[in-house]
Design a binder for this molecule. Structure first.
Ligand SMILES: C[S@@+](CC[C@H](N)C(=O)[O-])C[C@H]1O[C@@H](n2cnc3c(N)ncnc32)[C@H](O)[C@@H]1O
Length: 569
C-alpha cells in the first residue's frame, strides 16, 4: 500500500521514456530529476563494463539524493539508480548485473534494469526472466510483455531502442506450436499477440516498434533543454505512434502478403528483386524496398544471390503452408486496416464502421459484411482458420474434458478447434455448428471425420445440436449484451445439469490490458457489435444462465479459457 504514496525521484541522465513508462506501470508516482553527475569515471579503472555502469549509476543517484536534500530539505523516499547499458553486454556481465540487481545487496538502489543484451543465449534469457520474477515482488504490476520488449533491445546496431535480438519469452511453451515441428515466432504485427511460440528468429513487430536507430531518433526523444534551460518532457510514445513507423511496418508486411511475395520465394529461392518484381507485377524499385523491409523484419534473408524466406515466412506467411496466417493478413489488409481509418467515427458513434467502409447499411454483421460475397466469406474463414489452428491445442488442453462424450462447437467455423478436441479426446464426438454458407465451405478446410460432424443453422434462431459440452470460442465478444443473453439462454436450454460450457475469450484484466487487450477492445468496436469483457462480467453472465463452478485458465498469448458447469435450475 505504501508504494502509491511514494514520490519517486528518479535520477536519469536522460529522461528515458521507456524507464518512465515502466515506473508508471509499476504504479509509482515519480519525479524526474536529471543528475548533474558527469559520466567521466575512468573506464580503465574498472575490470568490466558492468562495474563502470554500476558505479556511474550509483554516483548519479547519490548526486540527486544529496542535492534534493539540500534543496528541499527533504530526502527523496527512494532514489532509483536505474541502469542502462548502452553497449551490448557480454554474457558474463549480463549474468552478474542481473544477479546484483535482483539480489538483496542493494538497499538504496532498486529499480528496473533495462538490459541491452545482444546474446541469444537461452540460459541468459532464463536468468533474465528469473530476474523479472524477482523484480515483480517489488513492482508487482510490471508487465511481462513490456519487460521482454526492453530486455531484447540490443545496443549492438546504433544504440538504445533500435533492434530486437530474440523473440518471445524463453519459457513460452508450444501448445500453439505446430506439432512435431520446431517453433518459429508467429508474426505479431497483425497477429495482436494472440500467440507467441518461442523461437530463435527476430520478431518483426518489435523490431519496428522502437522507431528506427538512435541516429534517427529525434533529439526530443532524449530530453532536450528548453528555452529556460529546463528539461522538456519527452514525446517518446506519442512521437513514435504518430510518426507511424509501426503502422508502416505493418502495412509493408500486409502488402508483401497480398502480393504473395512469400509464396514466390517459397517456390524458388534465392531470387533477386527484379525477378520477384516481374512475378508480382510490380516496379523493381518498389519491390526492392519492400523486400528490404521484410528482410529487416526478419522475414526474409538477403544475400548476394538474392532473397529467401526465413523459416517464419515459410511456416506462417506462405499461403499454402499448414499454419498459414496468409488469410489473416489479407483480412487485416482488406478489412480491419480500413475499418481502423474510421476510428474517429467509431469513437464518436460508439459502433462499428462497416457501413462507412461498404457505403451501405449493415444489419447483419456476418451476412451483410463478412460474408457479403463468396470471396469475402472465404477470406474471413481463412483468417479464422489460421488463428484457430495456432490456438486450438491450447484451448483443447486447458482443462481435462475427458468426462464429456459429446461437444458442440457453436460458431465453430472451419472446425479447426473441433479437430484438436477430437485429437485430444478420442472418445469425444464433436459437432461444429455454424451458418449454412460456412458449413458448405468448411469441408475445404476440415473434412468431417469419424469424430467430427458439421451442422448448419443460426445460433440465434435454430435449436442447437445436443451435447454434453458446449464451446463458445471467440463468439461472445462479437455481440451486444442483449444478443449474448439470447445466445447463452439458448445454450443453457440445450444443457442437461452437469453439462459443461467452455468459453474462450480475451478477459480484460490488467495483464491482458498490457498485452494488447485494450487495443483488441478497439478492434471489437470498429468491426463488431460486441466488446471484450472482464472475467467478472463473464462470470456474472454465466451464473445468470445457470452455469456455476467457473474455472479460468489464462492461455499463452491473449486468450483465456473458462469452464463452467450447468446446474439444475
Ligand atoms: C469470430 S468467428 C469465431 C470462429 C471460431 N469459433 C474461432 O474461434 O476461430 C465467429 C463464428 O461465428 C459464426 N456465426 C456468426 N453468426 C452466427 C449465427 N447467427 N449462427 C451460427 N454461427 C454464426 C461465424 O460464421 C464464425 O464462424
Amino acid at each position: 500500500p505504501c508504494v502509491s504514496k511514494l514520490v519517486m525521484r528518479v535520477q536519469v541522465g536522460h529522461a528515458c521514456p521507456r524507464r518512465l513508462c515502466v515506473s508508471k506501470m509499476a504504479g509509482l508516482r515519480f519525479e524526474v530529476v536529471p543528475s548533474r553527475f558527469k559520466e567521466k569515471l575512468d573506464k580503465a579503472s574498472f575490470a568490466t563494463p558492468y562495474g563502470y555502469a554500476m558505479e556511474t549509476a550509483k554516483q548519479k543517484a547519490l548526486e540527486v539524493a544529496t542535492r534534493m536534500h539540500q534543496k528541499d530539505l527533504r530526502t527523496p523516499d527512494v532514489t532509483v539508480g536505474g541502469l542502462i547499458l548502452e553497449k551490448p553486454v557480454d554474457k558474463q556481465d549480463a549474468y552478474r548485473m542481473l544477479s546484483r540487481l535482483s539480489g538483496k545487496e542493494h538497499s538504496v538502489f532498486t529499480g528496473v534494469a533495462i538490459v541491452h543484451c545482444s546474446s541469444n543465449d537461452r540460459q541468459l534469457h532464463t536468468r533474465v526472466s528469473e530476474f523479472y520474477e524477482e523484480t515483480t515482488v517489488k513492482f508487482s504490476e510490471l508487465s511481462e510483455e513490456l519487460l521482454w520488449e526492453y530486455i531484447h533491445i540490443s545496443g549492438a546496431e546504433g544504440g538504445r531502442g533500435t533492434r530486437v535480438e530474440a523473440s518471445g519469452h524463453p519459457h513460452t511453451r508450444g501448445p500453439t506450436r505446430p506439432l512435431g515441428k520446431k517453433a518459429a515466432p508467429v508474426p505479431e504485427a497483425v497477429w495482436q499477440r494472440e500467440s507467441r511460440p518461442a523461437g530463435k528468429h527476430k520478431p518483426f513487430m518489435t523490431t519496428l516498434s522502437h522507431g528506427g536507430s538512435e541516429s534517427q531518433t529525434p533529439r526530443t526523444e532524449r530530453g532536450r533543454v528548453g528555452a529556460k534551460g529546463c528539461a522538456l518532457p519527452t514525446p517518446g510514445v506519442p512521437y513514435r505512434a504518430a510518426s507511424g513507423k509501426q503502422r508502416w511496418g505493418c502495412q509493408a508486411l500486409l502488402t508483401a502478403c497480398k502480393l504473395k511475395v512469400f509464396d514466390w520465394l517459397k517456390d524458388e529461392a534465392p531470387q533477386r528483386a527484379p525477378d520477384i518484381a516481374s512475378k508480382v507485377d510490380a516496379s523493381v524499385c518498389g519491390t526492392e524496398k519492400l523486400l528490404d523491409v521484410c528482410a529487416a523484419m526478419g522475414l526474409l534473408e538477403k544475400t548476394e544471390q538474392g532473397y529467401s524466406n526465413t523459416e517464419t515466412a515459410n511456416l506462417y506467411l506462405a499461403s499454402d503452408s499448414e499454419y498459414s496466417l496468409h488469410g489473416f493478413m489479407l483480412q487485416n489488409n482488406d478489412v480491419i486496416w480500413n475499418l481502423f481509418t474510421y476510428l474517429e467515427f467509431a469513437i464518436r458513434e460508439g459502433r462499428n464502421q462497416h457501413h462507412r467502409l461498404l457505403g451501405k447499411k449493415v444489419e447483419d454483421l456476418f451476412q451483410d459484411a463478412y460474408y457479403r460475397s463468396p470471396e469475402t466469406q472465404l477470406r474471413f474463414m481463412q483468417a479464422m482458420h489460421g488463428v484457430a489452428k495456432l490456438t486450438a491445442r491450447q484451448v483443447a488442453t486447458a482443462f481435462d474434458l475427458s468426462r464429456f462424450s459429446s461437444a458442440c462447437d457453436v460458431g465453430g467455423c472451419t472446425g479447426a478447434l473441433a479437430r484438436e478436441l477430437a485429437r485430444e479426446y478420442p472418445r469425444l464426438q464433436v459437432t461444429v455448428f455454424d451458418l449454412p454458407d460456412v458449413v458448405e465451405l468448411a469441408v475445404h478446410f476440415q473434412p468431417a471425420g469419424p469424430q467430427i460432424h458439421f451442422a448448419a443453422g443460426d445460433f440465434f434462431r435454430d435449436p442447437l445440436p445436443s451435447a454434453e459440452l458446449y464451446v463458445l470460442c471467440r463468439i461472445l465478444h462479437d455481440w451486444s449484451d442483449d444478443k449474448v443473453h439470447k445466445l447463452l439462454s439458448k445454450v443453457a436450454e440445450s444443457c442437461k445439469p452437469g453439462a459443461g460450457l467452455l468459453l474462450v475469450e480475451t478477459l480484460l484484466d490488467e495483464k491482458r490490458e498490457a498485452q494488447g487487450g485494450l487495443i483488441q477492445s478497439l478492434n471489437m468496436l470498429v468491426q463488431t457489435e460486441g466488446r471484450e469483457r472482464s472475467r467478472g462480467e463473464y462470470q456474472c453472465l454465466l451464473e445468470l444462465h445457470g452455469f456455476h463452478q467457473v474455472q479460468v485458465v489464462h492461455l499463452e498469448g491473449v486468450l483465456d479459457a473458462m469452464l463452467a458447469t450447468r446446474v439444475a435450475s
